[in-house]
Design a binder for this molecule. Structure first.
Ligand SMILES: [Zn+2]
Length: 1032
């Protein structure tokens, strides 16, 4: 892996040029231009935008550098006109926003780590020898070690809860040490008391089993009195303890021929354990820095002063007090924010606060919004800002007396005083040109070139629109949608349609000058669907006929977006373009593209070119779109290379979504496409959005990842933001943090609702701070960490060689774990791999990220597919990235037809499949039903209504509706998996030992990748080796 040695903390390399690793050139991965602003700087003020009069700009804030402009590096200058004055009318009901997200696939690793099993044995034993050789003294037990650890040694046993003392900073490690095969189960570890409620990390250590027949002496130092009883006879010293017997001195143990895969940490176990302890319960957000249930656990969330984890999840819920500590641990400090996340119906939707023309109450200095972190003083006449500590006067209209504990008497009546999340009605100050916004519009833009007509796609779209337009999103209290609609078709020219309600027939206007697109009609282009329904249906019936004889193969693309954006601009409303496109736009027009797919670039320093757009036309177009609140949803139907890296720029930077249906076949793929289209049209969405993340003193947001656009360093702009999109925000210290006050985050999103109301959505989250590394590790969330690493790496691929990025990821993984090992874990031999309880499956998930086709440099994988997956992941929330990188694999042959709950998943490895079994795999983008060659015929009959395996037709994407309980149960299971996922998953039927199994196998992410990428076991060995080097 990295030849460069460690020391060099990549994530911090930008702030410390010259340190460690050769300074890479981008963002996380070391963009020298990404200099943080000077320490101690005042956080910028301003509502959300820098345009707020009176806003204090950060003194000495760095001028925007290229890194500040969104993931595609779109440059922008100038500030879009923005928000200000006047109270719009309001209703009292908060909009209930909804839903979720997606993903697909796996495979990496350096050739070094190949033959798995043996490696572990030999490597580990080699370490051991080192130990002896170096004459090390037994590790002292006195070292402060907190917490739970999972250490890697032999077959697992159930984790033992360990409880810490109050004030638990420095405690001996409660790791449980595992024994070799055949060892008697260990009694529960000794317990310590901890004052805090809530689950405490468990600990378990794993050890590769010793060679058969080898008996090992007690490995632990006597101080481990706690574990005394367990140690007796059970301890594996060969890995765990320090040398005790001459037999060990004799040399390394025999290499293990086969290491039990059950002995390495299992993600299924982690998921099931969390479900068992926290599933189905009510999780209240009243405690600062509390680690929420993981994303795979269903529970009811009750807002009691901090934002629900549905809105914000963090890589760790306890920040280190100093930047030195942060650098030492190298755990990224980040939040994954999904401001419009769907809230289940059994949880309370956001309250809407309306202060009329007074507008929201805000801190005079930092402009943070009133929230539970503001402290009222002086009898309620003043309040101290929790973010910047400024003492503010309470505006007269907002005055309220305090009770005996200094809390306002109306504390529980005001959402902004007692809840983590709520909305404010924005005044005209927050509107463009100080005018209330117009309701948004949707424009449907259909590629009517030859192939789309011929394969029936145009007809399909037109038919579907008739239905789906009935379901345009609307405000809950409204009867009809306020959204207006418009229609354009195109090939190498554009056709606008007048569908005004009083027309008998729609009228078409052709724009042939695609170099300088103008909108040929204003009146009659954007209409209310209900009013113009008959003209619209008439149009949708005619479109497929109109172009039936067209032989036009060439298309334009940039002018299409331009036309939609100009139409919205002319109508002075935000909106969304739905573009249905199939080919590389080769017609002579702005944004014309050539086929530049060059597999020879793969695995070279120029590979990054494949991810970059081939022209800057799309970036500047995206910038215009954002400044006019125009979001783009792109439905692609490619039959060959279409340059997703270029076509995807605008959707990517405007908060839009890309959908891709390769080699679209009407009979197989139409359902998937139609579900996606319906979902995209109906989903909850906010328009013309701008997000600002404020923090308490001592740290600040430094980097942003998502389907976003940034004109400056602080304002995250999104032409639209829907319920599935998440922005990942990284924080860095600019001073010390205090354990007393913690680290506070406030995310404010100013946006326009589907009904045309300007609102502010506020999410507040308080985190703990600690000067103990152990606390930091204890509070980590692996799923959020992987989301962060995926986005930072996928952003970096635009600018850096993939090899460097992979090395950095591996190095950082090893570094994070080595730091834990050195500072937090209990004493044990260096040869032992010990993982923090909260990060047990971190190496596994990291390996899955490394094996993803984006980071895996393999010519076998389509360039478009890689660009597509890169763009998808950039906008994902934590639940979707978790599923994307580690698919769910469910045994179907053991389904209990009486139980409506999902069956427990099994690990994604071929070793978990069986010839007699049927398995369902889903990753958010794809679904596979795998049939073992000896699948029970009665089950095949029940599911497919055919007599045997051989009769099953794999050319289907929908299961037949057989009336059997198994069929119903399976289809219900598939629906459950699909729920809450932003992309409709296409079902593929796979028969064991048939060609199509190759594709399926790429998703068995614990195994060695088809196109390279190591197995979980190999990767663990590789990481372990790196850790040992670091520790030495
Ligand atoms: Zn303030």
């Amino acid at each position: 892996m990295s030849q460069q040695g460690y020391v060099a903390t990549p994530p911090y390399s930008q702030s410390q040029p010259g340190m460690g690793l050769s300074p890479p050139h981008y963002g996380h991965y070391g963009d020298p231009s990404h200099a943080p602003s000077p320490p101690g700087m005042v956080k910028p003020a301003g509502p959300l935008g820098a345009t707020n009069p009176g806003a204090v700009l950060p003194p000495g804030a760095p001028p925007p550098g290229p890194h500040q402009f969104g993931q595609n590096g779109a440059h922008a200058s100038g500030q879009p006109p923005q928000r200000f004055p006047g109270p719009p009318p309001v209703n009292n009901v908060a909009p209930s926003y909804a839903p979720y997200q997606p993903s697909t696939q796996p495979s990496y690793l350096p050739p070094e780590a190949t033959s798995s099993v043996t490696h572990l044995g030999t490597q580990l034993s080699a370490m051991q020898i080192n130990n002896y050789a170096s004459g090390m003294t037994p590790p002292s037990q006195g070292s402060p070690g907190p917490l739970s650890a999972t250490s890697f040694q032999g077959p697992p046993r159930p984790p033992q809860p360990s409880i810490l003392q109050p004030g638990s900073q420095v405690l001996p490690p409660p790791p449980t040490v595992l024994n070799g095969p055949g060892a008697p189960p260990l009694p529960p570890t000794a317990h310590r008391q901890e004052g805090l409620p809530g689950p405490v990390p468990l600990s378990a250590q794993y050890q590769p089993p010793p060679p058969p027949g080898q008996t090992l002496g007690a490995g632990y130092p006597p101080q481990q009195a706690n574990y005394g009883p367990q140690m007796a006879g059970a301890q594996l010293s060969y890995l765990g303890g320090f040398p005790t017997g001459p037999s060990q001195m004799a040399g390394p143990p025999q290499p293990q021929k086969k290491l039990d895969p059950d002995s390495i940490p299992s993600p299924i176990q982690v998921i099931e354990d969390d479900r068992a302890t926290r599933g189905g319960q009510v999780y209240t957000t009243n405690i600062r820095g509390q680690v929420p249930p993981i994303v795979t656990t269903d529970c009811v969330i009750q807002d009691q002063g901090n934002a629900s984890p549905r809105y914000i999840r963090c890589t760790t819920y306890c920040f280190p007090c100093t930047s030195d500590m942060a650098k030492q641990a190298q755990i990224p400090l980040a939040a994954v924010i999904k401001p419009f996340a769907t809230i289940p119906s059994n949880e309370t939707p956001l309250y809407l606060v309306n202060h009329g023309e007074n507008g929201p109450v805000r801190c005079n200095r930092c402009k943070a919004y009133m929230c539970p972190f503001m402290q009222f003083i002086e009898g309620g006449r003043k309040y101290q800002c929790g973010f910047c500590n400024c003492i503010n006067d309470v505006p007269p209209f907002y005055f309220q007396h305090l009770d005996h504990i200094g809390r306002r008497l109306d504390h529980y009546e005001k959402p902004e005083l007692s809840l983590g999340s709520y909305e404010y009605v924005a005044t005209l100050d927050y509107c463009r040109k100080n005018k209330p916004p117009n309701p948004p519009a949707f424009i449907f833009m259909i590629d009517v070139s030859y192939s789309n007509i011929k394969n029936g796609l145009v007809k399909l779209i037109c038919e579907e629109l008739k239905t789906v337009l009935e379901k345009l999103p609307k405000e809950e209290q409204e009867e009809t949608s306020a959204i207006r609609v418009g229609f354009i078709t195109y090939n190498k020219v554009l056709h606008f349609f007048n569908v005004k309600s009083n027309l008998a027939q729609p009228q078409m206007m052709v724009v042939t000058d695609v170099g300088e697109v103008f909108v040929p009609l204003l009146d009659g282009f954007l209409v209310n669907y209900q009013e113009s329904q008959s003209v619209i249906h008439n149009l949708l019936d005619q479109i497929p006929e109109m172009f039936a004889d067209s032989n036009e193969n060439e298309t334009v693309f940039a002018p299409v977006i331009q036309a939609g954006m100009e139409a919205l601009k002319a109508a002075e409303c935000p909106g969304k373009l739905f573009i249905f496109h199939s080919s590389l736009p080769t017609a002579d027009a702005p944004g014309k593209l050539k086929n530049r797919d060059d597999k020879k670039l793969v695995n070279t320093d120029k590979e990054k070119l494949l991810f970059q757009p081939q022209t800057n036309v799309y970036e500047s177009l995206a910038k215009d779109c954002v400044s006019h609140g125009c979001s783009v949803a792109l439905f692609l139907f490619p039959s060959q290379y279409v340059d997703v890296a270029s076509l995807g720029v605008v959707p990517q930077l405007t908060g839009g979504t890309i959908y891709k249906y390769n080699h679209f076949q009407m009979h197989l793929d139409s359902q998937q496409f139609l579900k996606d289209l319906r979902n995209d049209i109906e989903k909850k969405i906010g328009f013309d959005a701008i997000m600002r993340v404020r923090t308490s003193t001592g740290f600040r947001a430094t980097d942003f990842f998502g389907a976003i656009f940034m004109n400056n360093t602080t304002d995250v702009e999104m032409a639209a933001m829907d319920c599935d999109k998440a922005v990942t925000v990284e924080f860095k210290h600019d001073d010390k943090l205090s354990e007393d006050t913690g680290a506070l985050i406030q995310c404010a999103v100013l946006y326009t609702t589907i009904g045309g109301q300007r609102r502010l959505r506020i999410h507040n989250l308080g985190l703990k701070c600690s000067s103990q590394l152990a606390e930091l590790y204890k509070s980590c969330e692996t799923d959020a960490l992987i989301n962060f690493f995926a986005k930072s790496a996928f952003k970096a691929v635009l600018h850096q060689p993939l090899k460097v990025i992979r090395e950095i990821l591996v190095n950082q993984t090893a570094h994070i774990l080595a730091c834990y090992r050195k500072n937090c874990a209990g004493p044990s031999a260096v040869s032992q791999l010990i993982l923090p309880e909260s990060m047990k499956v971190f190496p596994l998930y990291m390996n899955c990220l490394l094996k993803n086709c984006v980071l895996l440099s393999r010519p076998e994988i389509s360039t478009d597919e890689r660009a597509y997956q890169r763009q998808l992941v950039m906008a994902m929330g934590v639940a979707d990235s978790q599923l994307f990188f580690y698919p769910q694999l469910l045994p179907i042959h053991t389904l209990d037809v009486k139980n409506t709950e999902l069956p427990a998943a099994v690990r994604c490895s071929e070793s978990r499949l069986s010839e007699e079994g049927i398995f369902l795999l889903a990753n958010g983008l794809n679904m596979f039903l795998w049939l073992g060659v000896s699948s029970p015929p009665e089950l095949i009959q029940a599911i497919f209504n055919v007599p045997s395996f051989a009769h099953v037709n794999t050319d289907m994407t929908l299961l037949p509706e057989v009336g059997s309980p198994h069929s119903q149960q399976l289809r219900m299971t598939m629906n459950l998996l699909q729920q809450k996922r932003p992309y409709s998953m296409k079902l593929t039927i796979v028969k064991q030992r048939e060609q199509s199994e190759m594709v399926f196998r790429q998703f068995l992410v614990e195994d060695k990748g088809l196109y390279g990428g190591s197995s979980y076991m190999d990767f663990l060995c590789c990481v372990h080796k790196e850790i040992c080097q670091l520790l030495n």
